[in-house]
Write a protein that binds this ligand. Structure first.
Ligand code: CP3
Length: 349
């Protein structure tokens, strides 16, 4: 099977290492609650996961930000937590409280998870990818995604979001063989999931490792770099030509080891990464993406303009994709997003 990318898609050209003025642009979490049209579809769904598992609704909310802003990429509308859900660890989203799962703390709970029926439960997500493939404009690329194993494992072990990751770290540091089994299961499941997204039409993959920045260097190597490298190797072997973007959020100077050791084609920079350093150390090796502070888009006005210009002037001479340093915030005025996109599009270098 070949996956030759369409040369007319600027986003895919950037991932191949080509610089462009203006650079392509999309925003993490570009579909979501800041858009009134999202809230209206969301209100018709029977909870958030039902929205993720309803191909018609998920396709519609993926397309909404494209209609408003004409981004260069669409990202499949789903969530990183459909993977534990499909492994048999039921996930609930409680209004205003975030995700809730019954935690995995021992071998018996881990053994209750299974890859049997995993792909079947995710079939609605693949159906969404198929629909998007034909629904998006020809110059727009389709991004598939998954959570990276470390970040997904934190939700599975804590049973919710967390501030200190006490339970997950206790397992990773104190019972590394048990934690390795969980990570191995996630590497297999996530690999199957991403390959199927590619086979249904995803043209690039982003791995979200939102909590990568909480680990010390040697644990980062074991639980962030190693599983990511295995996933990248599998995609490169089984579906050559599909680019992978890594997002080890909060990793600081460890971004360098991540770039050198995982084999990703691009890295998404969080808001805290110094751009001069990223251009000097990372951009010779990979395409950069990021890193506008999402709060700048809430703020808007001249502060937003200046922040956009600064990022473009530092990063856009090399391969670069304009994006945020983390997901768009719920309180973001949609007009500020329009202003941002116009500003990027008008950039002349
Ligand atoms: O980028 C996109 O537009 C695609 C969709 C997408 C969502 N979540 C939709 C979503 C993507 C790529 C994600 C990734 C995701 N999900 C991450 C990694 C990125 C990051 O932000 O760090 C994480 C950690 C999750 C887990 C998750 N999902 C959390 C912590 C929450 C928040 C719970 C809440 O109620 O605020 C979600 C829910 C979620 N995922 C929403 C959306 C639009 C909001 C839920 C709703 O509409 O009710």
């Amino acid at each position: 099977m070949t996956h030759a990318s369409n040369p007319a898609k600027p986003f895919l050209q950037s991932l191949k290492g080509n610089a462009a003025i203006p650079p392509p642009c999309w925003l993490m979490r570009q579909a979501g609650r800041y858009l009134p049209e999202y809230r209206s579809v969301r209100a018709q769904a029977n909870g958030f996961l039902d929205l993720c598992y309803s191909p018609e609704k998920a396709t519609e909310v993926t397309l909404q930000p494209l209609r408003r802003y004409g981004f260069d990429a669409a990202i499949l509308f789903s969530d990183i937590l459909v993977v534990p859900d499909a492994l048999g660890q039921a996930v609930r989203f409680q209004e205003g409280e975030g995700p809730k799962l019954s935690p995995i703390r021992n071998a018996a709970q881990l053994d209750a998870l299974t890859l049997d029926g995993f792909q079947d439960r995710l079939r609605p997500v693949f159906e969404t990818v198929s629909r998007l493939k034909t629904a998006i404009p020809t110059a727009t690329a389709l991004i598939g995604f998954a959570g990276a194993p470390w970040t997904v494992a934190t939700y599975m072990v804590e049973g919710s979001g967390s501030k200190d990751f006490l339970e997950t770290k206790a397992m990773a540091y104190g019972r590394p063989a048990l934690f390795q089994r969980l990570i191995d299961l996630l590497v297999s499941a996530t690999g199957d999931y991403l390959i199927a997204q590619i086979d249904h039409g995803a043209e690039a993959i982003q791995l979200f490792d939102s909590w990568a920045g909480t680990l010390p260097e040697d644990e980062f190597a074991k639980w962030v770099i190693a599983p990511t490298r295995r996933l990248v190797e599998r995609i490169k072997t089984e579906r050559p030509g599909i680019p992978v973007i890594g997002f080890p959020r909060g990793a600081g100077a460890l971004y360098q080891a991540f770039v050198e050791q995982t084999g990703v084609d691009a890295v998404s920079l969080d808001t805290g990464i110094p751009l001069g350093w990223a251009v000097e150390v990372l951009q010779p090796k990979v395409t950069l993406q990021g890193n506008l502070d999402p709060v700048m888009v809430v703020t808007g006005g001249p502060a937003l303009d200046a922040a956009v210009d600064r990022i473009l002037s530092i990063c856009a001479k090399g391969p670069f994709i304009f994006n945020l340093g983390h997901g768009i915030l719920q309180t973001t005025p949609p007009d500020h997003v329009a202003r941002l996109v116009e500003r990027v599009r008008a950039w002349k270098g």
